[in-house]
Structure formats: structure tokens, C-alpha cells
Design a protein. Structure first.
Length: 130
């Protein structure tokens, strides 16, 4: 896995997994964490593809998904920018939280753990400062 810095965006790319999904997930997470500022211009498709040494169509696909999700917006003649809507980012973070919790619960239930088991472990982990 190699780390790349393109503009203000840090990406760790693992070429054994779908690259557009990695770009999409990492940019979404960076927005949610506040690592990329609201209203900030992001690198062009061409610049991102050049820096990562990948096909521009791969970057375009990730950027299209970000725009569809409302996290970015194109400005004619200026480029692509992170949304300036703090409210929208908060809603997105809430949806992301729900998704992660749902996935977590599915995984632990698949392993045969009960909610009481999870609760016990979470309380223990909190006491230990994890």
C-alpha cells in the first residue's frame, strides 16, 4: 500500500482492491473528519489520475459518486469543490455512523455474540481507555 498526497488530500492506495472505491471512501472519510475543508477545491480528475498513475476514468467515477452524494459540486470553469454545507456534512456523518453500526452488528451477530456480550466488551474497553 502506497500513500500519495494530491493537493491537500492524502490517499493510501492498495492496487489489489478497486481503486475508485478506495478514492471514494477515503475522500468521504476525510470530509467527515474535517481533514478536507468545506468549500475547498479538490484536484482535477487529470491531476489526481496523474499523481496516482491511474486511468482518469477511475478518478472520474469516484468524483461522480461524490457529486451524486452531494459531497462535492462542480463549478463551471473553476473545478470541483467540497460542499460548503456544514448541515449536509453532518447528515452525511450520521448516515455513515448508521452504516458502520449496522455493519458492526451484522458481523458480531454472525459470530454468535449477543448484544449483552457486546455491551460488556464495550464497557470494559471504555474502562481500559481503548
Amino acid at each position: 500500500m502506497k500513500e500519495h498526497k494530491v493537493g491537500s488530500i492524502r490517499l493510501r492506495i492498495d492496487f489489489s482492491q478497486p481503486i475508485y472505491e478506495q478514492i471514494l471512501d477515503q475522500i468521504r472519510n476525510a470530509i467527515a473528519k474535517g481533514e478536507i475543508q468545506l468549500g475547498e477545491k479538490i484536484p482535477s480528475v487529470r491531476q489526481m489520475a496523474h499523481e496516482l498513475k491511474i486511468n482518469p476514468n477511475t478518478v472520474m467515477r469516484a468524483y461522480r459518486e461524490l457529486e451524486r452524494a452531494g459531497l462535492t459540486e462542480k463549478r463551471r470553469g473553476q473545478g470541483t469543490f467540497i460542499t460548503a454545507s456544514d448541515e449536509y456534512v453532518k447528515k452525511f456523518k450520521t448516515k455513515l455512523l448508521e452504516q458502520y453500526i449496522d455493519e458492526f452488528l451484522e458481523n458480531i451477530e454472525g459470530l454468535g455474540f449477543s448484544w449483552a456480550d457486546v455491551e460488556e466488551y464495550v464497557c470494559k474497553a471504555k474502562r481500559e481507555g481503548k
